[in-house]
Design a protein around this ligand. Structure first.
Ligand code: CAP
Ligand code: MG
Ligand code: MG
Length: 495
């Protein structure tokens, strides 16, 4: 027990000087929870495993504080004076404190960071997104449906021109958005600059054919930041402003890569791909953090969008509780977490405009997704016009992907309760029996059916692409062999 970190029922932790965190914590030799919590607080803030004689009055003043222990649920609540974090708005530094060594402590059988809460004074130290989904909607002139996207498949192995041709087919079929897959980089068979130029040519043709603007998300993850910036600069030199996003593999390239691109390209949509997150977020993993925590930090770091999962409807592990809570938490100005309600702005309580906007947003959300689909996404955009005075951390778009296909879209829309997201379907579009272009059209038709509250079967009667999609995906789609991972592992079974 490191008593200096124990502050049960301390009220100072709510004074705006502390970031709050809640962990699910268990130990191998049944150390009392408050004792284990002080070890966790020490290691994730100022201390070590032994009380050191070198501590000073000041250093003790910035110790993390265990302010609540919930024995029944194995939860410990820890407050971190946010002045211990790098003062240059560095998310990587926060995670090194609270999701770093603590995951390696030998006595911890479970250490899962479930939720975090940022005081508004702390928010103002961080970038937040500069380009948001509302800007993307303006560019696409798409206000009343999700941004419909694809990932080109096969994941890798196409030449630049083969890749671009599939982009054309998807855009020609009515799709808005195409992304590189997470491993696409500068491979010999698809040199980066040739891929970009080929995509530009395909996009020009698709825009002429459809009369609509299109977007491509280019993966700029690389071995070093100079190469990332070289690739991003090349994209910006070839593509029209607004027609491109920068994809960063935020887990494998890292948080500094995300923030480097965010700070170098404040006019670009920053697409946080989270490949590798499963090692931290899967429900059956006792050590790690929730999808909600990952997504909140991505918003703080300035991601314009991050993958938040299909709530158990697609191929990836993940459940509605975590995935949907995360999607709402990064979209809304005021949102419920697993343990904390978060407001993403320093709301001057006497500013009746913002109070009214929050009420409008809450009323719209309460009406469900179809209400939002009949007007601007969710009202937050009006805040962004005034963000300087209200210092808002703009919204980050949920990017919904992983084993989805046209047949699953209505079910996801009903689950997430908003249209304010980007969805990308790879296998679920390029395996359509009539080809990619029909796959794109089938997604659009599935959305239209949902919006008109018509069953897919009914709508498919006079929409061939959807009819063929329904027959094919009901037989071959992910829905056939989904596993409910959250039931798979019980931490009590850990040896
Ligand atoms: C989807 C995807 C995305 C996943 C990542 C894939 O392809 O390209 O990387 O969405 O998962 O490789 O699986 P499919 P998440 O549409 O063919 O599945 O979005 O959960 O981070
Ligand atoms: Mg600011
Ligand atoms: Mg992928």
């Amino acid at each position: 027990m490191q008593k200096q970190y124990l502050y049960i029922d301390d009220q100072e932790v709510f004074n705006g000087h502390y970031m709050l965190a809640v962990f699910k914590l268990r130990t191998y030799n049944n150390i009392p929870l408050d004792d284990a919590a002080t070890e966790l607080a020490a290691e994730s803030s100022t201390g070590s495993n032994l009380k050191v004689a070198t501590a000073t009055l000041y250093s003790q003043n910035i110790d993390a504080r265990v302010y609540k222990v919930d024995e029944d649920n194995g939860l410990v609540y820890i407050a971190y004076p946010w002045t211990i974090f790098d003062s240059d708005g560095n998310v990587q530094n926060i995670l090194t404190f609270i999701a770093g060594n603590v995951f390696g402590m030998s006595e911890f059988k479970e250490c899962k960071l479930l939720d975090v809460w940022f005081p508004s004074q702390m928010l103002d130290q961080y970038d937040g997104p500069s380009v948001t989904l509302d800007d993307m909607r303006e560019y696409l002139k798409n206000y009343d449906k999700p941004v419909l996207g694809t990932i080109i498949k096969p994941k890798i192995g196409l030449t630049s021109t083969e890749y671009a041709e599939i982009c054309y087919d998807y855009w020609a079929g009515g799709g808005d958005f195409v992304k590189n897959d997470e491993p696409q980089a500068n491979q010999s068979f698809s040199p980066y600059e040739k891929m970009v130029v080929s995509v530009k040519e395909a996009m020009d043709r698709a825009e002429d054919y459809t009369g609509k603007t299109k977007i491509h998300s280019f993966n700029v993850s690389a071995a070093d930041f100079d190469t990332m910036i070289k690739r991003a600069d090349f994209v910006a030199s070839v593509m029209k402003p607004g027609s491109y996003a920068f994809l960063v593999d935020g887990i494998t390239a890292g948080w500094t890569a995300v923030q480097t691109i965010r700070r170098h390209y404040p006019h670009a949509f920053i697409h946080f791909h989270r490949a590798g997150h499963g090692a931290f977020t899967r429900a059956e993993n006792p050590i790690g953090y929730s999808v909600l925590v990952l997504s909140k930090f991505a918003r703080l770091a300035g991601a314009s969008g991050i993958h938040t999962g299909t709530a158990g409807i697609g191929k990836m592990a993940g459940d509605a509780k975590d995935d949907i809570t995360a999607a709402h938490a990064i979209l809304r100005l005021k949102s419920k977490g697993h343990h904390f309600d978060q407001i993403w702005s320093e709301v001057p309580v006497n500013d009746f405009d913002i109070v009214a906007e929050i009420k409008k947003e809450e009323d719209m959300w309460a009406q469900g997704a179809r209400a939002i689909s009949n007007s601007r996404s969710n009202g937050l955009d009006t805040f962004l016009e005034k963000r300087t005075s209200w210092r808002i951390i703009g919204k980050t778009a949920p990017i919904i992907s992983g084993g989805l296909n046209p047949v699953l879209l209505p079910q996801f829309l009903d689950t997430v309760g908003t249209i304010d997201f980007i969805t990308t379907m790879g296998g679920g579009v390029h395996s359509h029996p009539m080809g990619t272009k029909a796959g794109a059209t089938a997604v659009l038709q599935a959305y239209e059916a949902w919006k008109q509250d018509v069953s897919l079967e009914e709508y498919a009667k006079d929409h061939e692409e959807l009819k063929v999609a329904a027959e094919f995906y009901n037989k071959n789609g992910i829905q056939a062999h989904r596993v409910d991972n959250s039931a798979v592992y019980n931490v009590e079974d850990a040896v």
